[in-house]
Design a protein around this ligand. Structure first.
Ligand code: ADP
Ligand code: ASP
Ligand code: MG
Length: 829
């Protein structure tokens, strides 16, 4: 007994030019088996060009002649390049010329009437498939003759084989009639190549028709079912059905296997790679469908069949673009049976296809989505259908929201699997995307949401990463590549690939800004050479542009990392939150500024669901803020917080042992880079007071900087002079400091500059004399130490201690905040 036929379908994307035709014939030639059916679409873009001709004819546009000329030149060029034998070439061109004459005649008639009847429209569109398949068939013949293979090539017009009847849901196949025609045709053919145009068919009255745009996939599976083929392979320009449209989600991956229903659902919700109706003929005979790449034929591709690998609950994410959402609302609909029937009946009668329906359980409103171009028609149909109710105010409004998209997550495995919907919606929320309507099919194979079109790509990418179908991508902008910022980039450089591979996390530093310049990159900046790039590719700083660039629409999350100490930079936070951007900062200004501003920052963050992380603004990389939050959130009562919060002052008083004057220690420390350029910034105690304010506010204490009693170690006389004058005059005050030191020593104490805060909001910062056995007395160089006395840790307070200054540990604190942000946004790890 003969083996079964194989059906191959080539889309327009595989047939753009002469080179493509050669690729396809070679591919067919290399197939195993001597029974191959080839279904082909029109050359890429040809159907669109024909459609445009209809449009131009309806408008009686003069451009028609030019448009026809372009079509003619394109086809003749392909024939000339491919077909060597003069008679063959001539016969193809003669047929083409006859078609062009017919085409012109029909276009003339359309121009005269000003409107193309469906039938004329279909006939015009059919030419694309006729031309491409005739050429493909001739080319196959030529190849076979050259190789002297004893195989036949036959071309047959699909309109002689496939008969359909158009119904409300599209074309229905008249299987009996089509089957009869197939049997009689295939009676005489036992093997070889059979080339059949896709997309076109006859209707029940014997007239020419089409299966709708993208319909060649459907043709292939109809033919597969009619000949009971071994399989149907759809050859296209991607390596299979992918977890999302690869042009919109570059990280999309091929789905190895899908069930028919999964494929149908993905196709219905926008995965253009396969026409949604393709699956049903295949299901009838249980024929597997393969999706493969013409340009990379050895790639495995996708298999669509009865079963699929259930390794993932979600298979893919798609969007339907250009839809309008219509909301019908009114108390008069509550409990009134048949409202939905009337509504959808009216829409059906008007030929409007409803893509998605969502009804509130209160029955107070019904919301549905229709293709964008049908929006105004749907609006008037609904208003007409409920004319009386609208007049009587039983229905208050019919509202149309144009420019929407539907995003759908699809997978058989989500049925009965809790948490999928919540993950979907929290992922969208984390990406700052507003959901306008929600629907879940009763099969539980799909959850869809209507969102604004302008955020569709962002939503697609966020959801794709949210279900771990690709990495969680975060667009990062760094402001202030000074000591801390530069160290952060250095720390991130070797980690990015590890984070991607092991934690599904893709940090893309796409911008670096100094106070005057900025460096932007579309994808990401190579962190191993950012300095030289900043030298060579910089542009003048434009903060608005910088922020817009980081907050790119196509990336789901954006974070700005503030490594400056600038007030001016921190004043932008609210504006950034308003744009849905997250902020990670080592800068203390916003958290310790005026309460009004602090409140506004917190409010802005909350209102926009953004994250604001600033662990490194207190104790550098030490987990001080996080510890405080954990204690607080787990219900512990914070009684007091005390500590040494300045690495610089810790160092100065660790080194100060009476052997060297205090002023010399300050100067040496300044020369070694341990102090701010102006050491008074450290000695004044304001920096410590700011940290205390930040901690106080974490506890809900409403303190201003002025509420803290701060001992300023800068002598009064030296507060308003220049740095140099300050340094020169400081020795005049050594006496005072030596005296304090001696006094402390006489009592077996040491001097430590501390900050303290209690639950009543009493806060002070001062130089203290502490017993030599006090835990604050035994710290290393620039260590910070913080003691939390709490309800639970009362006798033996909780202590956090470690290096609290320096770019390395501060940058590490910022980096941990970035990772914490990624986890909040849904990254695993
Ligand atoms: P053909 O001309 O071969 O019929 P189409 O252009 O109709 O090809 O379909 C292939 C295209 O479908 C791909 O190039 C891709 O842009 C798009 N596409 C959309 N969603 C998906 C998806 N989930 N998987 C693969 N391709 C997709
Ligand atoms: N050529 C038709 C279209 O562009 C059919 C197809 O390609 O599947 O819609
Ligand atoms: Mg297609």
């Amino acid at each position: 007994m003969k083996n079964k036929w194989h059906v191959h379908k080539f889309g327009g994307s595989s047939l753009s030019d002469a080179e493509c035709f050669l690729r396809v014939t070679n591919l067919l030639h290399s197939q195993d088996g001597d029974r191959q059916i080839v279904v082909a679409s029109a050359m890429g873009g040809m159907t669109n060009a024909l459609e445009a001709l209809v449009d131009s004819a309806e408008k009686n546009d003069k451009s028609i002649t030019k448009e026809v000329g372009l079509i003619r030149d394109r086809y003749i060029a392909a024939v000339a390049q491919l077909i060597k034998q003069p008679e063959k070439k001539q016969s193809l061109l003669d047929l083409f010329q006859t078609d062009l004459t017919d085409l012109q005649d029909i276009l003339n008639a359309v121009s005269l009437v000003g409107n193309a009847a469906k039938r004329s429209h279909d006939i015009i569109l059919s030419f694309g498939e006729l031309w491409s398949t005739r050429l493909l068939s001739s080319l196959l013949e030529q190849m076979i003759m050259k190789d002297d293979l004893n195989r036949s090539v036959r071309w047959i017009d699909a309109r002689e084989l496939i008969v359909v009847k158009h119904g409300e849901l599209g074309p229905n196949i008249l299987w009996d009639e089509s089957s009869k025609r197939f049997s009689s045709f295939f009676k005489e053919i036992s093997d070889g190549f059979v080339v059949i145009p896709g997309f076109i068919a006859s209707d029940d009255q014997g007239l020419h028709t089409t299966l709708g745009r993208n319909g060649s996939d459907f043709s292939a599976s109809i033919i597969g079912a009619l000949v009971d083929s071994e399989d149907v392979t759809i050859w296209t320009d991607v390596s299979g059905v992918m977890s999302a449209d690869p042009y919109r989600v570059p990280e999309a991956a091929v789905i190895g296997s899908l069930t028919y229903s999964e494929a149908m659902e993905l196709a219905y919700f926008g995965a253009k790679v396969i026409h949604p109706q393709t699956m049903s003929p295949a299901v009838m005979n249980n024929i597997p469908i393969y999706i493969k790449n013409t340009f990379q034929p050895t790639d495995l591709g996708s298999k669509i069949s009865e079963f699929s690998n259930p390794d993932r609950s979600i298979k893919g994410i798609t969007t339907v673009e250009d839809v309008a959402l219509i909301n019908v609302e009114g108390a008069g609909m509550i409990g009134v049976p048949g409202t939905a029937d009337r509504l959808f009946g009216a829409l059906r009668d008007a030929g409007i296809s409803v893509i998605l329906i969502s009804q509130a359980s209160s029955e107070h409103s019904i919301c549905f989505a229709v293709p964008g171009f049908m929006a105004s028609k749907a609006d008037s149909i609904v208003k007409k259908a409920f004319n009386i109710e609208l007049k009587q105010n039983q229905i208050q409004k019919v509202e149309v929201r144009p420019e929407c998209s539907i995003i759908a997550v699809v997978g058989d495995g989500m049925a009965g699997m809790p948490g999928i919907a919540s993950r979907f919606f929290s992922t969208l929320a984390n990406a700052g995307i507003n959901v306008r309507a929600i629907a879940q099919g009763s099969s539980e194979r799909n959850i869809s949401a209507v969102i604004d079109s302008n955020v569709a790509t962002r939503a697609l990418r966020a959801a794709h990463a949210g279900f771990y179908l690709s990495t969680e991508t975060i667009s990062v902008g760094l402001i202030g590549p000074g000591n801390v910022g530069a160290t952060l980039l250095e720390q991130m450089a070797p980690q990015t690939s590890n984070l991607k591979a092991n934690f599904n996390l893709d940090f893309r530093v796409r911008g670096i800004a100094t106070s005057t310049k900025m460096l932007l990159a579309e994808r990401y900046i190579d962190l191993n050479s950012w300095q030289s790039l900043l030298e060579s590719d910089w542009q003048e700083l434009d903060m608005d542009l910088f922020v817009r660039h980081i907050n790119a629409d196509h990336l789901p999350h954006a974070v700005l990392v503030d490594c400056t100490a600038s007030d001016e930079v921190s004043r932008n936070y609210i504006d950034w939150f308003d744009q849905g951007i997250h902020v990670v900062t080592a800068n203390k200004k916003a958290q310790s500024g005026s309460l009004d501003y602090y409140d506004a920052v917190k409010h802005g963050r909350k209102a926009n669901n953004s994250h604001f992380l600033y662990e490194s603004s207190v104790g550098a990389g030490l987990p001080i803020i996080q510890t405080l939050r954990d204690l607080n959130e787990t219900g512990d009562e914070i009684i007091s917080i005390e500590g040494i919060f300045s690495g610089t002052l810790a160092y100065l008083f660790n080194v100060f042992d009476g052997s060297k004057p205090f002023s010399t220690i300050v100067k040496d420390a300044r020369d070694a880079g341990y102090t701010e350029p102006d050491p008074r910034d450290d000695l004044s105690g304001v920096d410590v007071a700011r940290k205390l304010i930040i901690l106080a506010r974490e506890l809900g204490l409403r303190l201003e900087l002025s509420d803290i009693h701060v001992e300023n170690l800068v002598p009064d006389e030296l507060r308003d002079v220049s740095i140099q004058e300050f340094l020169d005059a400081l020795p005049n005050f050594d006496f005072e400091m030596s005296e304090r030191y001696q006094k402390a020593r006489d009592q077996s104490c040491v001097l430590r500059y501390t900050g303290s805060l209690d639950k009543k909001g009493r806060a002070q910062v001062k130089l203290q004399s502490l017993p030599a056995d006090h835990s604050f007395a035994h710290i290393n160089l620039t260590d910070n130490i913080v003691r939390f006395a709490t309800g639970r840790y009362s006798d033996n307070p909780l202590v956090v201690q470690g290096p609290g200054a320096g770019p390395g540990v501060t940058a590490a604190g910022v980096f941990s905040d970035l990772l914490r942000l990624a986890r909040y946004l849904g990254a695993r790890g």
